[in-house]
Design a protein around this ligand. Structure first.
Ligand SMILES: O=C(O)CCC(=O)C(=O)O
Ligand SMILES: [Fe+2]
Length: 238
């Protein structure tokens, strides 16, 4: 029998989110549903798709990941997760009554991927302007596979990333190994990176949301240790 997280203490989870900048809930979605998601994702990508970003961006940002926005192509199956009552309630507890869904972005990394360098998903100068990553894992991500999620707790309050090595190990970093069905909620200003992939491929799915006052283009500029990169213009902007 599959188990799903019920009886969630929404208030305690939201408080923990605001202290740490992230929370992890295992077995949020059942493994059968996640396996269905995984097989739909794999049939879209195949095992070795081409990178969508331009090579200059990949070289500078060390972001070797291929995005897919299934809802924009009418894949209504992916609405299932977004409309989950528990996910909506948890989001409301964290962001307040008024928040908006942004988009669902599936991210695929293939064998040999260096992962993703330390970054913030959007500029951290204004604390009302942020995105909330709601990450779902449809396959196990562990030490053997690589591609683990590195986070520096509390850094959503510290402003911009410092300059330094793009994949630096910090004493206070935590390393997550999300299993199939795990939900990770992560503040877009909280410093995070993805480790090098050892296995054949890695998949994650991000149902991004944002507070009402956040600009719709909030994640257009991503902050790295060596640059700020604007996706819409494919330019380095700082
Ligand atoms: O793929 C992941 O686990 C997280 C990737 C990431 O940095 C993000 O979704 O903002
Ligand atoms: Fe990110």
């Amino acid at each position: 029998m599959t188990k799903i997280a019920s009886n969630l203490n929404y208030d305690a989870l939201a408080k923990l989110f605001w202290v740490q900048g992230f929370i992890v809930i295992e077995d949020f979605f059942d493994t059968k549903l996640m396996s269905e998601a995984q097989s739909r994702i794999m049939s879209h990508f195949g095992e070795s798709p081409d990178y969508a970003h331009d090579q200059h961006f990949i070289d500078l940002s060390k972001t070797e990941v291929i995005p897919w926005f299934p809802q924009n192509e009418g894949h209504t199956f992916f609405n299932t997760f977004e409309s989950d009552t528990r996910l909506k309630k948890l989001t409301t507890q964290i962001l307040g009554e008024e928040w908006k869904n942004q988009y669902c972005m599936v991210m695929f990394s293939k064998k040999g991927s260096k992962g993703q360098a330390w970054h913030q998903d959007c500029p951290p100068e204004n604390n009302t302007q942020f995105n909330l990553n709601r990450l779902l894992y449809s396959m196990d991500v562990d030490e053997e596979l690589g591609g683990q999620v590195y986070i520096r707790p509390g850094t959503h309050r510290l402003g911009a990333l410092t300059k330094g090595p793009l994949f630096e190990d910090f004493d206070d970093q935590v390393v997550l190994s999300p299993k199939q069905g795990t939900l990770v909620l992560l503040h877009g200003h909280c410093w995070h990176r993805i480790g090098k992939l050892n296995g054949d491929y890695r998949v994650s799915t991000n149902y991004r949301a944002a507070p009402r006052e956040a600009a719709d283009s909030i994640t257009d500029i991503c902050v790295y240790r060596n640059m700020r990169y604007q996706f819409s213009t494919a330019q380095i902007v700082g």
